[in-house]
Design a protein around this ligand. Structure first.
Ligand SMILES: [Zn+2]
Length: 342
């Protein structure tokens, strides 16, 4: 077990403000261990629940409890659908989350849509939009019902934005809908393979069925929220199941239109970091605009004798990710001109 001492609020010279937890790709299923599609990564389907329990026990007993936990998607594995165990497995994982003493924000990934329709998810406990913040007199910062995204403020001057990376997707939508046809057209326009989950031969290998993208409507909303945050000198953390920065990910796992999302983020000063899951191996890169992209290591491919979660400690000039098990520590300084003057 990894038991390094955390950076700890008291070990820092600058003032500790608050913390939050991060965890990704739990992919629980009541199944024997298996392997990923390439056959080179072991998947611990049952043990993932014990990893989650360990993370929750840790967060519950931290001296200064986190304000919230960000669950980055793929909470149960797609195999559950095959065994008609989707609801039972979801209930088991959600009962485990009930033990957590702080709010959890759930992101939706491809495995959510292998198990459930978008409609089902909207009415399920995986919809945590009720935790959103509403900015009085700024209706442009209210998300539409067409996608699952919202923003919230866990601490004054820090806004978190949860994005829907499957807003454009052929997963989870009714095949008779116009949206499905539109998304299938986008996917096929970039992927001529008969197996749409295959990136073989693609110049843009992220155009596979297990990924998705952001609609222009959602990106316009994101732009409005970031404009508000810029104006009010807030720091912003963005959360999405799919990563958007190629240097922090493998080229296949990115959101379809990751460039569009980057263009919006790069046109603002307020974004500090972008947390994603999906890749399982993890990754990190600071982009040229000073945004830190963290792809969290997935619980599902974490051996029973290790761990995969983290706590992010927030300071006036930086965020420090304290990783557990195979999640490495990261120091994420704010862009210099953006650090708070305290
Ligand atoms: Zn995924």
């Amino acid at each position: 077990m990894d038991d390094k001492p955390g950076p700890g609020p008291l070990s820092e010279t600058s003032e500790f403000l608050f913390s939050f937890g991060v965890i990704a790709d739990i992919q629980y299923a009541d199944l024997e261990d298996g392997y990923n599609f390439q056959g080179n990564r072991r998947r611990y389907y049952r043990h993932s629940l014990l990893h989650l329990q360990g993370a929750i026990e840790h967060w519950n007993t931290e001296g200064s409890p986190p304000r919230c936990v960000l669950q980055l998607g793929d909470i149960i594995d797609g195999y559950n659908a095959q065994y008609k165990a989707s609801e039972k497995s979801l209930e088991l994982v959600m009962n485990t989350f009930q033990m957590l003493k702080v709010p959890v924000h759930h992101t939706w990934g491809n495995h959510e849509f292998y198990n459930f329709s978008r409609n089902y998810l909207t009415n399920s406990k995986l919809n945590t939009k009720f935790l959103e913040d509403q900015i009085v007199h700024h209706p442009e910062t209210v998300p539409s019902e067409n996608y699952y995204a919202y923003h919230f403020v866990p601490f004054p001057q820090f806004r978190f934005i949860l994005l829907d990376a499957y807003d454009l997707s052929v997963l989870g939508v009714d095949q008779s809908s116009a949206k499905y046809q539109q998304c299938l057209k986008i996917l096929k326009g970039h992927n001529p393979n008969s197996e749409l989950n295959s990136p073989q031969g693609l110049s843009e290998p992220q155009f596979v069925q297990f990924n998705g993208g952001f609609s222009q409507e959602q990106l316009n909303w994101l732009n409005e929220v970031l404009t508000f945050s810029d104006t009010n000198q807030e720091k912003v953390v963005i959360v999405s199941h799919l990563p958007i920065y190629p240097e922090a990910s493998d080229s296949v796992c990115l959101a379809w239109n990751y460039r569009d999302a980057l263009a919006v983020i790069w046109s603002h000063r307020c974004v500090v970091c972008f947390f994603a899951g999906h890749t399982h191996d993890g990754g990190y890169s600071e982009d040229p605009f000073g945004v830190h992209h963290v792809n969290l290591e997935g619980v599902i491919e974490t051996a029973p004798d290790s761990q995969a979660f983290g706590t992010v400690y927030v300071y006036p000039d930086k965020m420090m990710l304290k990783g557990r098990g195979r999640v490495p520590d990261r120091i994420m300084n704010y862009k210099r001109e953006n650090a708070f003057r305290c």
